[in-house]
Design a protein around this ligand. Structure first.
Ligand code: NAP
Length: 242
């Protein structure tokens, strides 16, 4: 490539449209996932949505998306998603790991089972989906992988398993970035610095002060920002708060 040619993963100049992406997004049946899916669909992205169950519900909500049933704790399921996306949709350039889960409880009563469950839902789902798509991204020499963590990962009372699993997710993403970043793949973490203002949280905490809750759309905007950085200006971590 001539030295003055734009990098293939380059962000277009300010004001120029960003070419639509082909995006695989986990967590589309959750609270945040649909908001992210809508945000990326509005940018003209093609969506591949692996969902654990309720595929029909997601197909109705996102009729243009390619919806597949997959348990992201199962590497064979994730590989099947990658194979079918490649064959039936085309090359995926963006992996958005939004699936995750929350559990609270005292460290004095933490069981291995509860700890493993949080590691599974917050770390293993992201690693399994990312692993399925990383070879294609590395071969293409471009693409984005993003995960969603939480401010609690710094260490939070009564959240030992959740905090540990999100801290593990962050370390995993930094490790992947160190390996594949030099090969053109941008890996980033979005850290949600508090509680999302979702219907589920409103129902679970009806009396809470919501003034510091975070708008899901702000997180979706942050994911779009991270997924559209270029090799010349990567952002490894974005912290979104109220
Ligand atoms: N909500 C908050 O206040 C908050 C704060 C900080 C960070 N976050 C993070 O933001 C992300 C989204 O949060 P949320 O509130 O939207 O969570 P949510 O409503 O609990 O949704 C979690 C999603 O993950 C999916 N999932 C879980 N295990 C899976 C598996 N094995 N295979 C495939 N999919 C699986 C769920 O699928 P099913 O519906 O089929 O179970 C669901 O779509 C998570 O990573 C969460 O930790 C949330």
């Amino acid at each position: 490539m001539p030295s003055d040619a734009p990098h293939p993963n380059a962000t277009p100049p300010r004001g120029a449209p960003i070419p639509p992406r082909t995006v695989v997004l986990s967590g589309a049946t959750g609270n945040l996932g649909p908001v992210v899916a809508e945000r990326f669909a509005a940018e003209g992205c093609t969506l591949v949505l692996p969902v654990y169950d309720r595929a029909d519900e997601v197909r109705t909500a996102f009729p243009d998306a390619y919806v597949l049933e997959a348990d992201l704790l199962d590497a064979d399921d994730a590989a099947r998603v990658a194979d079918r996306a490649r064959a039936e949709v085309g090359p995926v350039d963006t992996v958005l790991n939004v699936a995750g889960g929350f559990a609270a409880g005292s460290a004095l009563e933490l069981t291995p089972k509860a700890l493993r469950a949080q590691l599974d839902i917050n770390l293993v789902t992201a690693a399994t989906l990312s692993t399925a798509f990383l070879p294609d991204l590395v071969e293409a020499g471009r693409g984005h992988v993003v995960g969603v963590s939480a401010g609690a990962a710094r260490g939070t009372a009564k959240l030992p398993a959740y905090a540990a699993s999100k801290a593990a997710l962050e370390a995993y993403l930094r490790s992947v970035a160190a390996e594949v970043g030099p090969r053109g793949v941008d890996v980033a973490t979005l850290v949600v610095e508090g509680t999302l203002d979702t219907p589920a949280n409103r129902e679970a905490m009806p009396d809470a002060d919501r003034s510091a809750w975070i708008a899901p759309l702000a997180v979706a905007d942050g994911l779009w920002f991270l997924a559209t950085r270029s090799a010349g200006g990567r952002v490894a971590e974005l912290r979104v708060g109220a």
